[in-house]
Write a protein that binds this ligand. Structure first.
Ligand code: ACO
Length: 388
């Protein structure tokens, strides 16, 4: 065992900024130049040429699939889409005003409880559980949305791909090809992003040799926060606020927020000190969808906000992140904004599972950082009558 002298004095890093604790082949973020790679492949190439299913395979198996491998993987995803009756009953009991992220966290926990082999660490079994989790997150989300609106649930359609099937189960109508394609690309862009807060949560749980479901439950709880995955929902609320409370006056909103030292949601990133490459792709997709839906209102507002914020936030190297344009895309797809973070989870579950798999495969150690103690020592214990 290493003692403190061997590993040296602890390094202090507020927010664990700039700390490596492990190694990965899954993704690389070049924050200075605004580049992102999954398994070494530039994100632009995947967004242009791949599909959610293929990119998910790339993450879980750390290689691009052959045609037959992709067919087999897609088949398994489809077979695992529906949820057992007991889970449907559980969803029916959930209060209709629950936040969809709380629903996701609760039901995934239930799924884990039902798996008698949950603690397995066999690689092939972890992959199977990852496929199951990836397949059911959209169903859990769509079913809850239908139930809370007193609508019949829509069972998965095996003729549709992962992206199209989710939109179908949610809206109850077959989406158009262009909607499926754009939604599919947003999922690809959300699949993986290194050691972000939610992935780190998953890995902390996995590092104790707990089970993969518990790791994913930890990750969902972490993703929910507005500084992380919750930002896409907040970014859309911000656009509504500009529209309603500021009469669409982007400049007035910006001045107000900056003077109060409040944050512009969907801007800024711990690692990117240049434009987030995912936001660049999403901006183009948002414009394409705006043309298709014949409604440029929200994306125009976003572009104006980005332009006006540039001279103020650009100085601090703060630019739009992935959540900024995803927000208007999901709005134009007719998705209620309290589902946006669940959609993030629906995609990111792949990255979480891939990291857990990789961490166990490389024999990752128990994660146990330290806090610098700044209190006093040897304080005498006072009996309760002596205390003030
Ligand atoms: N709007 C205005 N100012 C900002 C923003 C923002 N969105 N983000 C950071 N800043 C400012 C801070 O006020 C701070 O200024 P100061 O030095 O004058 O005090 C400075 O930039 C550094 O901010 P930190 O919070 O220390 O930076 P950190 O790396 O911890 O924050 C974070 C990253 C949390 C993402 C931040 O940029 C933020 O809160 N953004 C808004 C929420 C958001 O969009 N989150 C999604 C991130 S991407 C994702 O998780 C998928």
């Amino acid at each position: 065992m290493k003692d403190i002298k061997e590993i040296g004095e602890p390094v202090y890093s507020s927010g664990l900024e700039n700390i490596y604790f492990s190694e990965t082949k899954l993704s690389y973020i070049d924050g200075e130049n605004g580049r992102l790679y999954y398994m070494g492949i530039p994100i632009e190439e995947l967004a242009n040429n791949s599909t959610f299913e293929e990119t998910a395979y790339l993450m879980l198996y750390q290689k691009l699939p052959t045609l037959s491998e992709l067919e087999e993987f897609t088949k398994k995803l489809k077979e695992n889409r529906d949820i057992p009756e007991i889970l449907l009953k559980e969803e029916e009991l959930i209060p209709k005003n629950a936040h969809p992220m709380d629903v996701l966290r609760t039901i995934v926990s239930f799924v884990g409880m039902l798996d008698e082999n949950a603690m397995s660490k066999k690689e092939d079994e972890i992959v199977e559980k990852s496929i199951k989790l990836t397949a059911i997150l959209p169903t859990i989300t769509a079913y809850f949305h239908r139930l809370r609106n007193n609508l019949e649930i829509v069972r998965p359609d095996p003729n549709l791909n992962h992206a199209g099937n989710f939109l179908y189960m949610l809206r109850g109508e077959k989406p158009s090809d262009i909607e499926i394609d754009i939604f599919d690309k947003t999922l690809i862009l959300y699949i993986e992003h290194g050691m972000n807060a939610s992935t780190f949560s998953a890995i902390i749980t996995a590092s104790t040799q707990s089970d993969i479901y518990s790791a994913i439950v930890s990750a969902i709880g972490t993703l929910k926060g507005p500084l992380h995955g919750g930002a896409n929902e907040e970014a859309m609320k911000m656009l509504f606020e500009i529209d309603r409370n500021y009469n669409g006056d982007v400049e007035a909103y910006l001045k107000d927020k900056i003077s109060k030292k409040e944050r512009i949601m969907g801007f800024g990133h711990r690692v990117y000190k240049a434009y987030d490459p995912r936001a660049r792709i999403l901006k183009d997709l948002a414009l394409k969808l705006a043309d298709f839906t014949n409604n440029r209102k929200w994306v125009d507002m976003q572009i104006e906000l980005e332009e006006k914020a540039g001279p103020i936030l650009g100085e601090k190297k703060i630019y739009p992140n992935v959540d900024y344009y995803a927000a208007s895309i999901y709005y134009m797809l007719g998705i209620p904004f309290d589902l946006y973070t669940s959609i993030f989870a629906i995609a990111r579950v792949v990255g979480w599972c891939a990291h857990v798999l990789e961490y166990w495969k490389i024999g990752g150690r128990l994660l146990r950082p330290r806090e610098k103690y700044v209190g006093e020592l040897n304080i005498p214990y006072l009996n309760i009558e002596q205390r003030r």
